[in-house]
Design a protein. Structure first.
Length: 322
């Protein structure tokens, strides 16, 4: 399985020459795009094009490929990242996985272990971007699902996909890729929510009544993510990181999603407040996370800038536990 997560992903190396030939976009004044909110409600970004897409997204598209491409073009325009002809080359499947499974088997790109994991994820109804083909599976082709996979595609053509020599480094590459996927989806669906840092800690460490709302596997995902958040704030918990890196594949990937999503949520609000520039988010799509430790450094730097203070986290955690 480790091989699948690493080598089955076709990487496109970051082309500095090409990046240099593309002029930096002129971003709009994102302060003007902030939706007025109450003190209790987090700030969100809104854009005219995203608004039009939002008004149409509840209408199930006749063509998932058209919907995926529309999401990709929206994110591409807002982020100032051209995708060119590569967008038209992506095969889009969904919501039934049989055709994609057959294509994966015929392609010769995957060994038996890889195919087993692809089968597991697709049959579990998990949306999936397969850059080898390239193809995307949309378990639900409406709403934020297509937008998130479109964001993964844009990251892939800009800076590559997860590939690491060690499981620990792979974990942070996945976290950062999921952060960009979630951030991009929020450009299209601004009201998309995700468990925040305090909620992850509350469910992962003190499930209590929440146990009834989650399966055993889901609770394990929260527990693994919570262990990581503890280690980030207190070095005494650092030994528990071994449990994170050695977690079963579904929990390993799930925890990376949770941490990436929560980071993206904080980044989205930071951009809305003006604390983080949109140019910084754009740069992340081109970031080279191939060198050992590069993704970890990006994660720690961003979390330290936009994460809750100890006091704020304690108050938020207390609210969730009440």
């Amino acid at each position: 399985m480790r091989k699948f997560l690493q080598s089955s992903v076709l990487r496109r190396p970051f082309d500095e020459a090409q990046a240099g030939s593309t002029p930096a976009p002129s971003f709009p004044d994102f302060g003007e795009l902030i939706v007025p909110v109450s003190p209790e409600q987090p700030a969100t970004l809104e854009t005219p094009r995203a608004g039009r897409l939002l008004r149409r997204r509840d209408q199930a598209p006749h063509d998932p490929r058209e919907h995926f491409q529309r999401c990709a073009r929206t994110i591409s325009d807002l982020m100032g990242i051209p995708v060119g002809e590569q967008l038209s080359q992506v095969l889009v499947f969904g919501p039934h996985p049989r055709a994609l499974l057959e294509l994966c088997e015929r392609s010769g790109l995957y060994d038996a272990e890889d195919l087993g994991e692809i089968h597991r994820q697709l049959l579990a109804g998990e949306s999936y971007f397969l850059p080898d083909l390239p193809a995307v599976f949309l378990a639900n082709p409406t709403g934020f699902v297509a937008a998130e996979e479109a964001s993964h595609f844009i990251r892939h053509v800009s800076g590559g996909s997860p590939d690491a020599a060690s499981r620990s480094d792979l974990f942070y590459q996945l976290v950062m890729h999921e952060a960009l996927g979630f951030f991009g989806s929020r450009l299209v669906v601004p009201e998309r929510e995700t468990p925040c840092e305090a909620e992850i800690l509350a469910i992962g460490l003190y499930p209590g009544e929440d146990e009834e709302d989650y399966s055993e596997d889901e609770l394990l995902v929260f527990e693994i993510a919570a262990l990581h958040l503890q280690a980030e704030r207190d070095e005494e918990h650092a030994p528990y990181l071994t449990e994170v890196y050695e977690a079963p594949i579904p929990a390993f990937v799930g925890a990376a999603h949770l941490l990436g999503y929560s980071l993206a949520h904080e980044l989205h609000e930071a951009v809305a407040r003006g604390d983080v520039a949109m140019e910084e988010i754009r740069a992340l799509f081109f970031e080279d996370w191939g060198p050992e430790g590069a993704a970890l450094r990006s994660y720690i730097d961003l979390r330290s800038r936009v994460g809750l203070s100890e006091e704020s986290l304690a108050l938020a955690l207390e609210e969730y536990l009440d």
